[in-house]
Design a protein around this ligand. Structure first.
Ligand code: ADP
Length: 404
């Protein structure tokens, strides 16, 4: 079954076409960028007809709006000589990544009028993302009017959190009237790697207590008890929690007032400072972990301290999630940094033997693909590296929902 997965941003559309069967595979993928600007870019990779290799290319062109971007994607998919499919009717459904489902969505959902209204109602919670996601849905419905469109929400997996974990200690009205609470994000990734861990460990997910650590440009952790999320580090917005590439994560909530008064910064300035100029970038000048590690290896003190701050925050959350869970079956590292940076994993897990989390440094330092176990033989909890694949998970969820 062929499922098209779409992730729409304010000026971009990312897509992957999956062929889901006995072996799930990507048959085409790409991104349309700088939509609406003078020059747009379309980067694509597609399996050629008959499976005779891949073609990759980037073209410069003018893509005035998202609808034109979607048309270009369809042309690339069904191109008569190079397309991966012969007819767009081969696509059975479209899965959309939608950032904020608020409290309305606990699981993926077939999109109808009501669902669109609910996503619209959540715009105040994700003003940068939900409007773009809605544009993606609108243009996909125009281009593919006859097939189901499914919304898969970044927030849905975290909807099992109990009130004690999601409520802020603010006037209760703020939650009841305005939905101000912790929601959490990256849910698709946390649930994907949790399922993979259960498969790997040969045990049912609903018997497992896990701590999942997603370290990409954005970063978050989840505490998963008997297969369900009971806590997560991101909050009402993705600014909370861990130190990220350019986001501060947790800070003293009084700091914005101090900055406004002391430095005469506007709300917008502070928003930019905390979201775009903080995190690793703020501490040592770059948000790219590869560069931070290179700088540290070259003796740069700021980079060394940035990595210490980054990892110490994660380590503290491992401790607090251990307390939330009571006992622990596995710690899971995923995404660009979690999967590739042994130094960070070592800093996060070193010295946790008292919690039954013992890292094996030799295993941790070995490069490899797929799922890797990096705990020592005697460790009570496993430490796993599990590559995430949010698009595949969206495709699988989409298939599941249209088959039922
Ligand atoms: P996104 O959130 O954009 O999907 P990724 O999961 O791709 O992010 O992670 C991006 C981060 O991972 C960057 O900081 C990048 O430097 C880091 N990263 C990716 N691959 C490697 C690698 N092989 N070694 C070190 N860092 C890596």
């Amino acid at each position: 079954m062929k499922i098209l997965v779409i992730n729409t941003g304010s000026s971009s559309i990312k897509y992957q076409l999956f062929d889901l069967g006995s072996q799930d595979k990507v048959i085409a993928s790409g991104i349309v960028e700088k939509i609406g600007e003078d020059i747009s870019f379309v980067t694509y990779k597609r399996i050629l007809p008959g499976g005779s290799g891949f073609e990759e290319n980037t073209e410069e062109c003018s893509i005035g709006d998202h609808a034109k971007g979607m048309n270009r994607i369809v042309d690339l998919l069904v191109d008569s000589t190079h397309g991966s499919i012969k007819d767009k009717k081969e696509i059975s459904a479209i899965g959309h990544r939608v950032v904020h489902g608020g409290e309305a969505f606990h699981s993926p959902t077939i999109i109808d009028e009501e669902v669109i209204k609910a996503i619209e109602r959540n715009i105040p919670l994700a003003p940068l993302h939900n409007p773009s996601n809605l544009v993606g849905i609108e243009v996909a419905e125009l281009t593919f009017p006859d097939i189901p469109q499914v919304a898969v929400f970044d927030t849905a997996f975290h909807q099992t959190m109990p009130m004690k974990a999601f409520l802020y200690a603010l006037p209760l009205e703020m939650y009841k009237k305005n939905g101000i609470r912790r929601y959490g994000f990256h849910g698709t990734s946390h649930s994907y790697v949790a399922e993979k861990a259960a498969e790997y460990m040969g045990r049912p997910l609903n018997e497992l207590n896990l701590i999942t650590i997603h370290l990409g440009n954005g970063a978050s952790m989840a505490a998963i008890k008997e297969g369900e999320c009971v806590d997560t580090t991101m909050g009402m917005t993705p600014l909370a929690g861990l130190v990220m590439g350019t986001r501060s994560g947790d800070i003293d909530p009084a700091l914005p007032f101090f900055m406004a008064e002391r430095f005469r910064l506007s709300l917008k300035d502070i928003d930019t400072l905390l979201n775009k100029d903080s995190g690793l970038k703020g501490l040592c000048g770059t948000n790219d972990m590869r560069e931070v590690i290179d700088q540290k290896d070259a003796g740069d003190e700021d980079s060394k301290i940035a990595l210490d701050v980054y990892a110490y925050r994660i380590k503290k959350y491992i401790g607090s999630y251990f307390a939330a869970l009571g006992n622990l079956d596995a710690v899971i590292f995923t995404a660009g940094i979690g999967e590739n940076v042994s130094y960070i994993r070592e800093l996060c897990c070193g010295g946790l033997d008292g919690l039954g989390i013992e890292i094996d440094l030799e295993r941790n330092n070995k490069n490899g693909n797929g799922i890797r176990e990096i705990n020592s033989a005697g460790s009570k909890s496993k430490i796993l590296i599990i590559p995430t694949d949010e698009e595949l998970k969206i495709a699988q969820e989409t298939k599941k929902i249209i088959e039922n």
